[in-house]
Design a protein around this ligand. Structure first.
Ligand SMILES: Nc1ncnc2c1ncn2[C@@H]1O[C@H](COP(=O)(O)O)[C@@H](OP(=O)(O)O)[C@H]1O
Ligand SMILES: [Mg+2]
Length: 251
């Protein structure tokens, strides 16, 4: 087994365990609304940090729910974690939320696990799924609350169906699982929102990039990584051209 595969299996184990914790917390009925989301963020983060400290002592971690430390910029291996992606949806009792555990190596999204606890599944780079058939009409997943204007325009032009969904991980895994064909986001996100989903999508053989076609690069000083495109490789050139046309039209 390669070292990276051991890291993938660890990412999967931790994402699954954190997902179970989050389900238990919600089922307890102890918290609701924003208090539930806050408790979920904190409890999942604490568990994930302890697990990483135990299994990979001394390695750098960048988490949505922890203070950032610039020491990570000197590290080749950095765990990039979103303990609860789709906090809003989790606190609303919906099923579109996820746990993200990724390992960036030299800025590349090398390892990732995305747990979808309500569905009882975890997708990870140790066993990336085969690509399913495309949908007809084409389905584009977009943020429920902040759909990318580019995605809305492209759907209108091409007759694609827009599928609003919470959580970057849930949307990316919808493409990996064949429930959707395209995930196009713009306007804002951070490294933890996309690192694990991008690692899994890339391992599954999908196209992954920024919406200008440049690569997704992680463990940067500035963790703002505001846009992404995940789709079939053969669909990428036309989608990137449409995004360019949209940007030119907006000028
Ligand atoms: N414009 C924006 N600015 C900052 N973060 C954004 C954003 N749009 C989406 N996100 C983040 O990306 C994740 C998925 O969002 P969405 O469901 O809207 O697609 C959410 O992460 P969290 O739930 O971890 O905060 C959300 O906060
Ligand atoms: Mg997130």
């Amino acid at each position: 087994m390669s070292d990276t595969n051991a890291d993938s299996l660890l990412a999967r184990r931790i994402a699954e365990a954190a997902g179970k914790l989050l389900l238990t917390l919600r089922d307890s009925g102890m918290f609701s609304g924003k208090a539930l989301g806050d408790a979920g963020d904190q409890i999942a983060n604490a568990m994930i940090l302890r697990a990483l400290a135990q299994e990979r002592p001394g390695e750098a971690v960048l988490s949505e729910e922890s203070a950032d430390c610039s020491d990570r910029l000197n590290c080749s291996r950095v765990w990039i974690v979103d303990p609860l992606d789709g906090t809003r949806e989790y606190s609303e009792g919906r099923d579109d939320w996820a746990v993200h555990i990724a390992l960036a190596i030299d800025g590349q999204p090398a390892v990732g696990a995305v747990a979808l606890p309500e569905m009882g599944i975890t997708l990870a780079t140790d066993t990336p799924p085969a690509l399913p058939r495309t949908n007809d009409p084409v389905r584009m997943v977009v943020s429920r609350t902040r759909p990318a204007p580019e995605a809305v325009a492209i759907a209108e032009q091409t007759g694609a169906e827009l599928v609003p969904m919470g959580s970057a991980g849930a949307k990316a895994m919808a493409v990996v699982r064949g429930e959707a064909d395209i995930y196009l986001h713009s306007g804002g996100q951070y490294e933890w929102d996309s690192c694990a989903p991008i690692a899994v999508a890339r391992a599954a053989g999908l196209h992954v990039s920024r919406i200008d076609g440049s690569p997704m690069v992680y463990n940067m000083a500035e963790v703002w990584l505001p846009d992404l495109l995940i789709c079939r490789k053969e669909a990428a050139p036309a989608l990137l051209a449409s995004v360019r046309d949209f940007a030119q039209g907006a000028r």
